[in-house]
Design a protein around this ligand. Structure first.
Ligand code: ZN
Length: 316
């Protein structure tokens, strides 16, 4: 599963809904004045305009009002969920909810079919999204977090001790230098939309990057590939599990690169991740200079797509 998916941000008004899902409960607002059920969460009743709304638990029994099957990801981060069954379901209380159908083959989906809720876990923090499946399905078996990439972000971010090292602590800094790379970062998907956006930004719209049809026929890679420079800058989206943080500086500068190579292509649609090691530490008059050897690979590939000896300068 991609770790970059946008997550709901609860507001003061919607927080009870999201908190309910975390506890595997479906809470919907009902107007105390006119009994109208209300979704999405609001401050007042859309029928009588009263502000007296109560959160009430419902069992989630629903029917399918409408749906579509998307075969092109709505965002690059959803490539791993294709095809998605985007649906509007109607709860027994009459409110309609935008959602996804899960655990159903396309051939099983019919307008008007009865549905039950699935409290789908979406991260290691226990956040859940409301999805739906057929009433003959085992909803609880569809709730678990999908199998993660081999080295997910959650592992990296949950590593307990991040060592704080002062930028002037020469011995501690020198001890960071190692031949061994850290664990893999989170995974980022490099899809055609991202490549096109970079082509527009950089002005490099060479067909090998931007014309999937021609690239399929003529490119040695059998399709479009990402710009090396794009894959290089995506290092900013990688959360590296280096296990330390430098402290005591006022400014941190990307000072450039001692070595930059693009040994392997990144075909459009690839999932990439990075790892790094501290190659060199220098305490200089202008500041502390850390050289990281950072490599980015297509997931599962030994040969790196980017090798970057990245020089970071910490200024007091
Ligand atoms: Zn009302």
């Amino acid at each position: 599963m991609s770790n970059n998916k946008p997550m709901p941000v609860p507001t003061q008004i919607s927080a009870p809904f999201w908190e309910g899902l975390k506890a595997r409960r479906l809470l919907i607002q009902q107007c105390n004045a006119c009994s109208h059920w209300n979704f999405y969460p609001r401050r007042h009743c859309p029928v009588c305009l009263e502000h007296d709304l109560a959160w009430r638990e419902v069992d989630g029994a629903a029917t399918l009002y409408s749906y579509t099957v998307t075969r092109i990801a709505t965002l690059p981060d959803f490539i791993d969920e294709m095809p998605q069954k985007l649906a509007v379901v109607e709860l027994a209380q009459g409110v309609r909810i935008n959602t996804n159908l899960v655990g159903l083959d396309e051939g099983e989906i019919e307008i008007g079919m009865p549905l039950q809720p699935v409290f789908a876990e979406v991260d290691a923090k226990g956040n859940r999204l409301l999805r739906f499946t057929g009433v003959d399905k085992d909803a609880s078996s569809l709730e678990a977090l999908p199998a993660q990439d081999s080295e997910p972000l959650s592992v990296a971010s949950e590593q307990p001790a991040v060592q704080q090292i002062d930028m002037n602590d020469g011995p501690a800094l020198q001890a960071l230098v190692s031949e061994a790379f850290c664990d893999w970062s989170n995974v980022v998907v490099v899809d055609q939309a991202l490549i096109n956006a970079f082509a527009q930004l950089s002005g490099d719209d060479y067909w090998i990057h931007t014309d999937p049809e021609r690239a399929r026929l003529q490119s040695p890679f059998g399709g479009t590939i990402a710009h090396g420079a794009l894959v290089q800058v995506l290092q900013s989206r990688m959360k590296l599990a280096l296990g330390f943080e430098i402290s005591g500086f006022t400014t941190q500068i990307n000072y450039g690169s001692d070595r930059l190579r693009f040994p392997a292509p990144v075909p459009a649609g690839s999932r990439i991740h990075s790892r790094a090691r501290v190659k060199k530490v220098e305490l200089l008059a202008r500041g502390t200079q850390l050289t990281l050897e950072l490599t980015t690979h297509v997931v599962g590939q030994d040969r790196p797509s980017v090798i970057n000896d990245l020089v970071i300068l910490y200024i007091a």
